[in-house]
Design a protein around this ligand. Structure first.
Ligand SMILES: Nc1ncnc2c1ncn2[C@@H]1O[C@H](COP(=O)(O)OP(=O)(O)OP(=O)(O)O)[C@@H](O)[C@H]1O
Ligand SMILES: [Mg+2]
Length: 218
């Protein structure tokens, strides 16, 4: 359902990705590991259509990304890609509920429908009594779970997470990791997770090693 073929990317003289081929199936939880500076975030951004490769092709859910114009691409990203970052990146002036509703409203969902959908997710993640709180009134683990709900609100084809537990303590880390697998089981969600956490990488269906701009089996 995600097919990446021969992706290359350079920044000036630095070739970061040197021909990446990767297929990810629906329902898979895949981790990407590799040394700092090896291009993990670059690959994830390209996969998330936030950055463009120099060459190669990406097909997500049957849609060839390079064929899309800017507006279509923004629409595709809103509908099909969920993002979770190391730092939650919730909007501080909005409540947890409003933050989760945001991508749905941007995608054209009606307000009541977006609210129902967002509340369902927030409840599923055990935060229904926090829905009206602003991000600065939430703990680190709670903020990250709200960010997960936001990533899921449009039922994306894939959720991309870049060091999602990097800012959490051990307990919150483990809870968040467990949540990814629960969501895969309950919603059939596909995840691609960049991580430095060996425990998380071990739990995933497949670990992809990015070394010297290429994917290695080990
Ligand atoms: N916009 C940019 N302009 C120039 N160089 C960049 C840019 N983005 C990334 N790089 C360089 O590309 C290389 C890969 O960066 P990237 O952020 O993908 O690494 P990473 O594997 O995610 O590292 P980390 O584990 O530290 O997050 C690094 O050498 C980085 O300095
Ligand atoms: Mg990175």
């Amino acid at each position: 359902m995600i097919e990446i073929k021969n992706i290359t990317k350079s920044f000036g003289a630095l070739q970061v990705l040197k021909g990446i081929d990767l297929t990810i199936d629906k329902n898979e939880v895949v981790s990407i590991v590799g040394p700092s500076g090896s291009g993990k975030t670059t690959l994830l951004q390209i996969l998330g259509t936030l950055d463009k490769p120099d060459s190669g092709s990406i097909v997500i859910n049957g849609q060839r990304i390079s064929g899309l114009k800017d507006k279509e691409l923004a629409r595709f990203r809103n509908q099909e890609i969920g993002f979770i970052f190391q730092f939650h990146q919730l909007l501080p002036e909005f409540t947890a509920l409003e933050n989760v509703m945001m991508p749905a409203l941007i995608g054209g969902m009606s307000k009541p429908e977006a609210q129902d959908k967002a509340l369902d997710l927030i409840t599923m993640l055990g935060l229904s009594d926090r829905a009206e709180h602003k991000p600065n009134e939430l703990s680190g683990g709670e903020k990250q779970r709200i960010a997960v709900a936001r990533a899921l609100v449009n039922d994306p084809a894939v959720v991309l997470a870049d060091e999602p537990s990097g800012s959490l303590d051990t307990q919150n880390k483990e809870d968040l990791h467990q949540l990814f697998f629960d969501l895969r089981d309950r919603l059939g969600q596909t995840f691609v997770i960049v991580t430095h956490d060996e425990k998380l990488a071990e739990l995933t269906d497949r670990t992809i090693h990015l070394v010297d701009g290429q994917l290695k089996d080990r």
